[in-house]
Design a protein around this ligand. Structure first.
Ligand code: BDR
Ligand code: CA
Length: 312
C-alpha cells in the first residue's frame, strides 16, 4: 500500500494534537517530520506539546523542529483562552525524553524534502509563518511540494473577526506568500471544520477506549470543549478543525470540495487575514485551491475512533 508522505507544521493546540495522533496512527500516512509554529501558544510551548504528544504516541523517531518565534510583521496573538496555559491543557502527558533537531523548522523541512525522490504533501494546521519563510529561503525546493493541505480561513466566516479565522489572522502576510506561490492548495476552512464536531455521545465512545492515547485525547477534548460549549456559539458539539486535513488525505470522498481562486486580505483594518474565496470567477483568476465545504460527520468520527483503537 502506498503511504502518503507528509510533513506536519502545527501549533499544538488540542485539535493539532488530534491531527498529529491520527497521522501517527494511520498506516496510510508516513509522518516524515513535525515542525511547530507560534500560534495557539508561544513557540516554546507548542514545541513542548509536539514533543510530549510524540512521546505519548510512541513516535519519538519522528524528527521535530521549532520554527518562527513570531509572525512576519505582527505581534504574536495566542489562543490561550481556547487551549489553556500549556496550550494543551486537560491531560497529563509524558515529559519529553528526546530532543528536537539541531536546526530550525525551515532547515528541517529543507532536509526532508531534499531526501525525497517524489514531491510530498505539506500539512499546515497553524499560522503559515514557517512555510512562508521556507519558501523564501529555499525556493529551489518548491517543486518537492506536491500540495499544501491547510486548516485556515473560510469563505465568508470567521472566528476571531466576522470574516477572519485564527490561523490566517495571526500571520496574514505569511498566508499571502504561501497562498500566492502557485503550489496546489487544499483549504480546510471554517465552512467545513465547524461541522467536524465531536458530539457528547462521540466523546463517550472515545472515553470508553481503554488505551493511554484515547484517554489523553478524551481529557484534552473535555478541556477544549469548554470553550466551544458556550451558548453564544450554539454548537451541538466541539469542532475539531485541524483533523480535517488528515481526514481529507485519508478519505477525500467524505468531503464536499469546490474549486476556487483564493487570496488573503492583509490591508483591511477589520479584515486582515480574511481569505477571499472566489468560486465563480468574479476575479477572473485561475482556480488555485480546492475548498472543503462540508463533510460526512459520522464517517469522520468513525475514522477518529478507528485510529484511536490502533493504540490498544
Ligand atoms: C484554528 O485555530 C486554532 O485555535 C486551532 O488549532 C485551529 O488550527 C481554528 O481557527
Ligand atoms: Ca492549529
Amino acid at each position: 500500500m502506498k503511504r502518503t508522505k507528509i510533513i506536519l507544521d502545527c501549533d499544538p493546540g488540542h485539535d493539532d494534537a488530534l491531527a498529529l495522533t491520527m497521522a501517527a496512527a494511520s498506516n496510510r500516512i508516513e509522518l516524515l517530520a513535525v515542525t511547530t509554529s507560534a500560534g495557539n501558544q508561544t513557540p516554546d510551548k507548542t514545541l513542548n506539546n509536539a514533543l510530549r504528544m510524540l512521546m505519548l504516541l510512541n513516535a519519538t523517531d519522528v524528527p521535530v523542529a521549532s520554527g518562527n518565534q513570531r509572525p512576519l510583521m505582527r505581534h504574536l496573538k495566542i489562543a490561550d483562552y481556547v487551549h489553556g496555559e500549556t496550550g494543551l491543557d486537560g491531560a497529563e502527558l509524558p515529559a519529553p525524553s528526546f530532543e528536537p533537531q539541531d536546526c530550525g523548522a525551515v532547515e528541517l523541512i529543507a532536509k526532508v524534502l531534499k531526501a525525497q525522490a517524489e514531491p510530498i504533501t505539506l500539512v499546515v494546521t497553524g499560522p503559515m509563518t514557517n512555510i512562508a519563510l521556507f519558501l523564501r529561503v529555499h525556493p529551489e525546493l518548491e517543486d518537492k511540494i506536491k500540495q499544501i493541505v491547510f486548516m485556515g480561513g473560510a469563505a465568508g466566516q470567521g472566528n476571531v473577526m466576522p470574516t477572519t479565522e485564527f490561523n490566517m489572522a495571526v500571520d496574514p502576510e505569511a498566508a499571502k506568500i504561501v497562498i500566492n506561490e502557485g503550489i496546489p492548495l487544499v483549504m480546510a476552512g471554517l465552512n467545513v471544520t465547524l461541522k467536524a464536531q465531536i458530539r457528547p455521545d462521540d466523546l463517550e465512545h472515545i472515553k470508553a477506549i481503554n488505551n493511554p492515547v484515547a484517554q489523553a485525547i478524551a481529557g484534552q477534548m473535555d478541556f477544549y470543549g469548554e470553550w466551544y460549549g458556550q451558548d453564544k456559539f450554539g454548537l451541538a458539539g466541539t469542532p475539531v478543525h485541524d483533523p480535517c486535513t488528515i481526514a481529507y488525505l485519508l478519505k477525500p470522498e467524505i468531503f464536499e470540495a469546490h474549486n476556487a481562486y483564493i487570496d488573503v486580505e492583509t490591508q483591511g483594518s477589520l479584515t486582515a487575514g480574511e481569505t477571499v474565496v472566489d468560486f465563480t470567477g468574479l476575479m477572473e483568476k485561475d482556480n488555485n485551491a480546492k475548498v472543503l465545504m462540508n463533510l460526512d460527520r459520522v464517517q469522520f468520527i468513525e475514522m477518529i475512533i478507528e485510529l484511536l483503537h490502533k493504540f490498544d
